[in-house]
Every structure is written in C-alpha cells, then in structure tokens.
Design a protein around this ligand. Structure first.
Ligand SMILES: Cc1ncc(COP(=O)(O)O)c(C=O)c1O
Length: 438
C-alpha cells in the first residue's frame, strides 16, 4: 500500500518525502495533494535508463494530461524527459514552464487552427497528426509559416489493451488516428510525403490504459513494423521514429499487479530488435508516452474527516472534505483506491466504512468498504495513488475550490499549486448589468 518514500513516523503519522503529512495538512489545509518527488524521479529514470542500457536512441515523453502544472513539467525537464501535450492549455503550461520546445509533442483528435498556429509559432518538436482534416490544415499552416513541420502519423493498429486483456479488433472503432488496415494510414502517408512542408518522422499508436502486461505493446510494435516494411517497399519511406504511446499500469490497490517500468521497456525493446532484423529496417528512435506510471503512485490526497452516517446493519458512511471534485475517477470509472488514517496509521482497524465525498451527488463515493480504525471528525484520511488524472480532472462542482498541491522531497515541502479561493471561483463571472432606475 505504501509507495516510494511513504512511511509511518514515530508519531504514528504518514510521512512522505521525509515530511509529516499531518503537518502539511495543518499548514496548507485539506484536501491536499502531496507528491513524492523522489518517486517521480525514480520512475522517470527507470524508463529512460532501460533504453540507455541498450544503447538505443529513445525519447520518454511525459503525457502531461495525467497532471499538467508548471512545476511538474519543470521536474520532467530536469529529468531529461520529453513532453506530450494535447491542447493549447497544456502547451501554454509547458512553454510557461520553459520546457525545451523541441522536445514537446502535440497530440489530439481535433486540434484547432489557433492551437496549431501556437505550436508552429513556438517551434514545436513534433505534431502527431490524427486525421485528414488536420493533415490538410497543418500542411496549409506550415506553408503559411514557411516551415517544414516534423510530424508522426497516429494510427489505430487494431489492438485494444486494458489491464490483463488485449483485444485484436482488426479494424478499430476509435475516434483517434488513421486505420492501419483499411488504407487510411497509407493514404495519409502518401499525402504527407507529397507535401514539401511536412517532414514525416514516423508512426505513432496508443493502445489503451492501465495495462498490466507487455503483450499488447509487443503486438502493436509488430503491426507497426509490418506496415513500415510495406511503406519502405511501396513508398521508399523509412521511419526515423516509432512511438508506442503510454498506458503502462500502476498499483492502485493490492489487487493490481503491473510490471515495473523497466520490464515494459525491456519487452518492447526485444520486439523492436526482432522486427528491425526480420524486416531489415534501420533501428528507429523509440518513443513512449507514460503518464499515469510517472506520477500516479507518487500522489496522495490528504482529506479531513467530518460527518458520519450509519445505515443500521448496512453501512457506515464517513464523509471527507473533498470527493468527486478532486477525484472523479471512482464516479467515472468505478476506480478503486486504498487509504489509511494519516494521523493514526498503526491503530487497529475496528470497522469497515465507506468514504463519501461532500458533493451533492449520491454517486460521489471515493471508497467502498474500507477497513479503518474508528474514524472521527478531525481525523485525516490519506488516499493513495491519486497523482494521475486527479488534479488534472479536478473541477468546481458545487463551487468547491480546487485543492492545493505540494511537492515533498528530502524533508522539504514546496507549494506548487495554491488552493483556489472563493474569489478565484467568481473571477470569471460577469455580473448582470445594473438597471438604471428612471
Ligand atoms: C496518446 C496518448 N499517449 C499517452 C497517454 C498516457 O496514458 P497513461 O497515463 O495511461 O500512461 C494517453 C492517455 O490517454 C494517450 O492518449
């Protein structure tokens, strides 16, 4: 259940990065996201060093949709990672953070003209082209900007992977990318190669999320290389880059059993080596795009416990001061989490309770049937593994201000996103024009 530097200190409190989480809660208030910076660095290095060990050219791009903020983007830059953005907002954040623009890759199935212009103006490293509309828009804009824009073509390889399952779909029913099998991908390549304003670096696919086994990535790589061999023969096109996307799983609960980052990368590398040899292709640069697996288990949310409700012989509800406004994943995907009382971690577990959020929505439940010590108002609950798609999906439902975020490392805490105030909540509101009484 404990990840990274999390441990119980001599006061029986949960400590992360050498900092007492109860002290953090008292200083910064709750709900509070706490990120274990050492764990993020460890994960980043694990992905990167596995490629380095094999002497392969590679880019590990942090998929910033998992958690986009200036500080996390800067941390990824410090670790020498690349960055994947999916919107003008994520790109803006990256540019504000001073992230090296040549290592930013722009994704998305409906990038607007303004977003593409912003990317070209910034001199973006690569645009992952998703569809024919974007291909012609980008060609036109690149001509106007007098640029040769580096692109990858996103394809759907007909593999859908999730946790232990992968499905071979042949033709994939997905809103993303060019279909690899029905001629769309070939047509996209032909169009892109015909343009003097586009430089096709290679091919991209992303097969799913929270994937526990390497089989899906291995099959996807095989399909991409089969296509690349055909493209070499048909169009004399040789890819410099093969991007296999993200989706590497993490351990939310003790029932989850993902591979370590090194193991995913190792199996991908073995498959790429086999394919390159089989099809006599030059070794391309391999790109991957982990999001969740870089930041997910490094994040913990600390809540204050408030009210309780007993439904006799059925359930004890224990409510916290956040909920679907700071973590919508349980309501959206029935995502499971584990938690402890952060101020009494070692106390005996005396009851099984269900953790309710404070939003006016029956579905606002964070955890069902959690064994805990007898929890009372004023206790603190720490929910583990909230670092990915937590703050990123946070919202102001019921006009709850979004929580603060702190980074902890080597006994020190740094506030990286301040808590929203009520004033922030009405910042964009425009009052009715005052009526002049005649
Ligand atoms: C294209 C692409 N790359 C990377 C990711 C990151 O996935 P994960 O956070 O599961 O690693 C996603 C997630 O949706 C994605 O769509």
């Amino acid at each position: 259940m404990f990840h990274g530097t999390s441990r119980v200190n001599e006061r029986g409190h949960l400590e992360i990065g050498g900092v007492d989480t109860i002290e953090l809660a008292k200083t910064y208030g709750t709900p509070l996201y706490v990120y274990d910076v050492a764990l993020i660095r460890k994960r980043a290095r694990a992905f990167k060093q596995t490629f380095e060990k094999h002497g392969l050219r590679a880019q590990v791009a942090y998929a910033s949709k998992a958690f986009s903020a200036i500080a996390i983007v800067q941390l990824m830059a410090e670790e020498g990672l690349s960055l994947d953005v999916v919107s003008g907002g994520e790109l803006y954040t990256a540019l504000k953070a001073g992230f090296p623009v040549e290592r930013i890759h722009f994704h998305g199935n409906n990038k607007s003209r303004e977003e593409l212009e912003m990317a070209l103006r910034a001199g973006i490293g690569c645009i992952v082209v998703d569809n024919f509309y974007e291909l012609s828009l980008l060609e036109q804009l690149s001509r106007e900007f007098e640029r040769k824009t580096p692109i990858l073509l996103r394809v759907t390889p007909g593999i859908e992977a999730h946790t232990h399952d992968y499905i071979l779909t042949g033709q994939e029913d997905s809103k993303f990318g060019f279909d690899l099998h029905n001629g769309q991908a070939d047509e996209a390549l032909k169009q892109a190669l015909a343009s003097p304003h586009l430089q096709v670096l290679g091919i991209h696919c992303h097969i799913g999320s929270q994937i526990f086994e390497a089989t899906g990535f291995v099959l996807a790589a095989k399909k991409l290389f089969e296509k690349l061999a055909a493209w070499r023969d048909q169009y004399r096109f040789v890819a410099e880059v093969v991007n296999l996307g993200g989706g590497f799983g993490i351990r939310y609960t003790s029932e989850d059993d993902p591979l370590a980052p090194e193991q995913y990368v190792e199996e991908i590398i073995q498959e790429v080596k086999r394919d390159v040899e089989m099809f006599s292709l030059p070794m391309p640069e391999i790109w991957i795009e982990p999001g969740r697996s870089l930041v997910g288990d490094a994040g913990t949310t600390i809540y204050s416990i408030g009210s309780r409700k007993e439904v006799p012989n059925i359930r004890q509800y224990v409510a916290v001061d956040g909920g679907m406004s700071d973590n919508i994943r349980p309501a959206l995907y029935e995502a499971k989490y584990e938690a402890v009382l952060a101020n009494r971690v070692l106390d005996e577990k005396e009851e099984v309770v269900s953790i309710a959020g404070k939003c006016c929505e029956s579905g606002d439940m964070l955890i069902w049937d959690l064994p805990l010590p007898k929890a009372e108002a004023g206790d603190y609950l720490a929910v583990f593994c909230t670092g990915a798609y937590g703050y990123a999906m946070a919202n102001n439902y019921n006009r709850l201000p979004r929580p603060a975020v702190v980074f902890v490392e080597n006994g020190e805490a740094q506030l990286v996103i301040r808590r929203e105030t009520y004033e922030d909540l009405v910042r964009l509101d425009v009052p009715l024009k005052t009526k002049v009484n005649k």
